[in-house]
Each structure stands twice: as structure tokens, then as C-alpha cells.
Design a protein around this ligand. Structure first.
Ligand code: MLC
Ligand code: AMP
Length: 506
């Protein structure tokens, strides 16, 4: 029997070495990790979860939540993490689409989810932020010596939903080898060892916090400070005894605003990594000036895991995402013809490698349309390769807003607004925001005589969309600018409202 991903995790585990420390003073060794993930895996089996079954999880971050992820890998189930901000309306879609055998939610969310889960034949268990709940109780009574399910490199380990340009979310299917190969590459590239202690302040329902951060730590036998959420004061306090941090650009913007960030505070750290959204070159420079550390920026996405990284040794160039990682092929092509462009020219970024996902869950046509015949995945990001080989992301071919590292597809928000009584149409854009990088902003055209205002539009979105997708501002306008083809000119709108958030948090 072999389990492609977990065998490697097990091989890297040193039984009495520290694995997790929480701010509440809870500590976990690697032996604890092996035992508790084994108990959770056994509980899944008792509940009837079989290899290939999906397990949907919307719970707060805790060591036990991470154990549930590992338990799914060990039991051969497909882990399906869900952002804790998703509303019941959003969950309905994910559960209907993925048809999980089991749904795990916070105890207080149980009553709400029961009818949704029931409709799709899913069983419900609970897990709280403190690590309690019905699933924990079941696991407590199980044997820790779980025999891992047989899983090969191509078997699915996880499905992560990413929003789509049409507004419909797609489940990206990630295999055991997608996750393992990428985490091993990152471990070596960023030189993680058992001596490292990572400040882990990211959520664990997306690629960054779950796979990049947690898998790299696990595969190097390192330890981590596991924080429920990012807090600049807490991160600064922990830097004195940590070695590395991974974050979205907002983490670095907030650290820079904190007088506690000094050369001395960061002197014990060896590495600061940023990704999930563009890091402004000015943030990179200000951080280097303040601390002496050049933030290492890398580029990835849910479908591909990590594609590029600035070098560990060598120039970490502000405003670039570095070189393709070992084993990853990256090219820049003309978006229409698909022909490869010479270095220096801007086009569509395409990637191929063991990191690239297997396709979208139950969407074979969508999958086909996003791959070239030679197996390259079309990322939707526009970029160029400079004369030194550094990759620059210069824009997006997809209509997407990234706010604080979370993706928001304007279409999804527009669809909700357009359904409101009194609305003729809307356009949702991202404009520069000092804290979140981009601020979701809605321009709304109302019917004559309609009594809509900013507050009523926001009120109408409250139970429909996760909080981070909701516009930070809603502006009523008489009409939307259009080109001769009748298409809304979002670039014109982005220019008109470019300074909207200048005064906020400045
Ligand atoms: C929270 N809010 C956000 C938001 N996060 N709004 C827009 N964008 C966000 N990212 C809302 C809150 O609900 C709150 O609403 C208000 O904004 C202010 O919240 P806050 O207290 O300031 O936010 P905070 O809890 O501190 O969270 C901000 C954050 C967090 C940046 C720390 O969003 C975060 O951890 N982001 C990381 C996302 C991530 O992991 N992305 C990786 C995706 S994987 P109210 O109700 O108060 O008005 C990927 C691939 C790759 O992209 O390459 O890695
Ligand atoms: P997601 O779908 O949440 O995984 O988000 C992936 C997208 O985030 C990518 O397609 C990019 O548009 C963006 N992204 C990730 N890392 C970076 C980065 N370092 N610089 C610019 N954009 C990034």
C-alpha cells in the first residue's frame, strides 16, 4: 500500500519535533500530527467516507482543521475546503456541484447547513475553532494507527473552487502529485529545513495557506506558529523567534504601517515571501529599507500551484515574480494565435508541468478550452519575460479583481446587483486600494424613479455574497461608458475612479 502524498509527509516527520504552536499556547509535535490525523481518518471511514468521496469543509482555522485535511489525504478522500466567508447561498452551489459524502462546518453553522446538505444526500459533522465538535468526538474514540488508503500520483487529493468569468465557480481538481511535486520544489528552492519556524497567518482554505505554507512546513519537518488570522502586532512579536513568513501583499503593507517593524525586530528572520496578488515595487523597496530584507515574490494560482519564484540567492527584483520553478515550463504567447512571443513582448502566460491541475470538476469542455493541444494551461494572466529571464505580470486577460489576496469575479457581483429591483445594469471594477491592493467598486445605473442608494444595494448583497466580494463603494451613475461595439469600457471606469480610495487608511 502506498499513499503518494502522505508517505512523503510521514517520511519527513520527526516524532518528537515541534510541529505547531498556537497563540493560545497549544503545542503539537509531529507524533501528535500522525496520531490525530490517523484518528480523524479513521472517523471518516467510520462515517462511510470511501476513497474518491468528497469531504467539504467550512471551518475556522485550527490545528484540528489541518488534521482533517491530512485525514482526507490518508483516507483517500478528496478534500474540498471552503472560505469561511461564503454565505449559505454560495455553499448551496458548491455542495450541489461537488456532491460530497460529508460536510464539516462550525457547530453554530450546523442548523443552517442541514437542509442544504440533506438535499444533496450529504452527512453533516462539526468542528469548532477550539478544535471541538462532533467530528472531534468521533475521532477521539478511534485508533491512531490508521492504515492509509492506497493513492497514486494521479489520484485526486483536493478540489478547490475558483470563481469563473461567467460567474459560475469551477472546481479545480488537484492530484496527489500536483501538491507533492510543487511543495518539494518550493521546499528546496526556498531552502526550508527542520530548523525553520514559519509564521502562518494565512487562511487554510486556499492554495497559499493550505498547500504552499502547510505542505512546505510538513515536508521539511519544520514548525509553525499557527495564527487564526493575520495581526501585525502578533506577527512582529513572533518574528523574534521565527525564521520565515508567507503572506499576501496586504500583510506587508500593514507591517510597514506598524512602528514596531524595524531592522532589529526582523533580524532573526531569514525569509519573507509574498504572493497571491501583485506586490507593489514601492512596498518591496520600503520593506527592504526598513528591515534589510528583500521580500521574495512568487506567482501561482489555484489551478497550477506555484509557477515562478524570485531566487533565494540572487537578485529578488521588485515588480517581478522571478523565474519559472524547476520542472515548470512557462511561455508568453499571442492570446489569439497562440504563437510564442519573443522575450520582452507582452502576451498571455501559459504553463505546463507536474504542478498543473487535472481539470475542472465535471466540466470537460471548460477544461479543454483552457488548455492548448500541447498541454499548456492558459493562465489568463498577461506578462512578459525580460532580458534576464525574470517574469513580469503586467495585467490580466480575465476580468478579475484581487482584494487582499482573494479573487472576486466582477460578473458574479454584477449578476447579483442586476437582479435587484430598480437596477438597469451595473459594472464592477477593481481600483487601487491602500490596504487591499484593489477595492471592489460597483457602478450602478438605476431605472428612472427608482429609490436605490448605496446602502440598499449593499444590504441586498449581504446574504448573497461573501463579505470580501461585496463592494467597498457603490456609486450610482447615469450610464456606463461603452465602445462602438457596445461593450462596457471598464478601463475608462478604472481611470475615472482611480483615486477613489486614496483617502482611506492612507
Ligand atoms: C476581509 N475583508 C475583506 C478582505 N478580508 N475585504 C476585501 N478583501 C479582503 N481580502 C472585509 C472584512 O470582512 C471586513 O468587513 C473588512 O473587510 C475589514 O476587515 P479586516 O479586519 O481589515 O480584514 P482582516 O480580517 O484583517 O483580513 C484581511 C486579510 C485577509 C488581508 C488579512 O483578507 C487575508 O488573510 N487574506 C489572504 C487571502 C489568501 O490567503 N489568499 C490566497 C488565495 S490562493 P466588515 O464587515 O468589517 O466591513 C492564491 C494562489 C496564490 O491566490 O498564488 O497564492
Ligand atoms: P487564485 O485563482 O485565487 O489562485 O488566484 C490566482 C491569480 O492571482 C493569478 O492568476 C494571478 O492573477 C494572481 N497572482 C498570484 N500571485 C501573483 C503575483 N505574485 N503577482 C501578481 N499576480 C499574482
Amino acid at each position: 500500500m502506498s499513499n503518494h502524498l502522505f508517505d512523503a509527509i510521514r517520511a519527513a516527520a520527526v516524532a518528537d519535533a515541534s510541529f505547531i504552536e498556537t497563540p493560545a499556547g497549544r503545542t503539537w509535535t509531529y507524533a501528535d500530527m500522525l496520531a490525530v490525523s490517523g484518528q480523524f481518518a479513521a472517523a471518516l471511514k467510520t462515517l462511510g467516507v470511501r476513497p474518491g468521496d468528497r469531504v467539504a469543509v467550512q471551518v475556522e482555522k485550527s490545528p484540528e482543521a489541518l488534521m482533517l485535511y491530512l485525514a482526507c489525504i490518508r483516507a483517500g478522500a478528496i478534500y474540498l475546503p471552503l472560505n469561511t466567508a461564503y454565505t449559505l447561498a454560495e455553499l448551496d452551489y458548491f455542495i450541489g456541484d461537488a456532491e460530497p459524502r460529508l460536510v464539516v462546518v462550525a457547530p453554530e453553522a450546523r442548523a443552517g447547513i442541514l437542509s442544504v446538505a440533506g438535499r444533496y444526500g450529504a452527512h453533516v459533522e462539526t468542528l469548532s475553532e477550539a478544535g471541538d465538535g462532533s467530528l472531534r468526538e468521533l475521532a477521539r474514540n478511534e485508533n491512531a494507527d490508521f492504515v492509509d488508503a492506497d493513492r497514486g500520483p494521479d489520484d485526486l487529493a483536493a478540489i478547490l473552487y475558483t470563481s469563473g468569468t461567467t460567474g459560475r465557480s469551477k472546481g479545480a481538481m488537484l492530484t496527489h502529485d500536483n501538491l507533492l511535486s510543487n511543495a518539494l520544489t518550493l521546499r528546496d528552492h526556498w531552502r526550508f529545513t527542520g530548523a525553520d519556524r514559519l509564521i502562518h497567518a494565512l487562511p487554510i482554505f486556499h492554495t497559499h495557506g493550505l498547500f504552499v505554507a502547510s505542505n512546505v512546513v510538513l515536508l521539511s519537518g519544520a514548525s509553525m506558529y499557527f495564527l487564526p488570522r493575520f495581526d501585525a502586532d502578533e506577527a512582529l512579536r513572533l518574528m523574534k523567534s521565527a525564521t520565515a513568513m508567507m503572506g499576501v501583499p496586504t500583510f506587508y503593507v500593514r507591517l510597514l504601517q506598524n512602528p514596531g517593524l524595524t531592522r532589529e525586530t526582523a533580524s532573526g528572520m531569514r525569509l519573507f515571501i509574498s504572493g497571491s496578488a501583485p506586490l507593489l515595487a514601492e512596498t518591496h523597496r520600503a520593506f527592504a529599507e526598513k528591515t534589510g530584507h528583500a521580500i521574495l515574490e512568487r506567482y501561482g494560482m489555484t489551478e497550477t500551484n506555484m509557477n515562478t519564484s524570485n531566487p533565494y540567492a540572487g537578485d529578488r527584483v521588485a515588480g517581478t515574480v522571478g523565474f519559472p520553478l524547476p520542472g515548470v515550463l512557462l511561455r508568453v504567447v499571442d492570446p489569439d494565435s497562440g504563437d510564442q512571443l519573443p522575450d520582452g513582448e507582452t502576451g498571455m502566460i501559459e504553463v505546463r508541468g507536474p504542478n498543473v491541475f487535472k481539470g475542472y470538476w465535471r466540466m470537460p469542455e471548460k477544461t479543454r478550452s483552457e488548455f492548448r493541444e500541447d498541454g499548456f494551461f492558459i493562465t489568463g494572466d498577461l506578462g512578459k519575460i525580460d532580458e534576464r529571464g525574470y517574469v513580469h505580470i503586467v495585467g490580466r486577460g480575465k476580468d478579475l479583481v484581487i482584494s487582499g489576496g482573494y479573487n472576486i469575479y466582477p460578473k458574479e457581483v454584477e449578476n447579483e446587483i442586476d437582479q435587484m429591483p430598480g437596477v438597469v445594469e451595473s459594472a464592477v471594477i477593481g481600483v487601487p486600494h491602500p490596504d487591499f491592493g484593489e477595492g471592489v467598486t460597483a457602478l450602478v445605473v438605476c431605472k428612472p424613479g427608482a429609490t436605490l442608494d448605496e446602502r440598499t444595494v449593499l444590504e441586498g448583497l449581504k446574504d448573497r455574497l461573501a463579505r470580501y466580494k461585496q463592494p467597498k463603494r457603490v456609486i450610482l451613475v447615469d450610464e456606463l461608458p461603452r465602445n462602438t461595439m457596445g461593450k462596457v469600457q471598464k478601463n475608462v471606469l478604472r481611470e475615472s475612479y482611480a483615486t477613489l480610495y486614496n483617502a482611506v487608511n492612507a
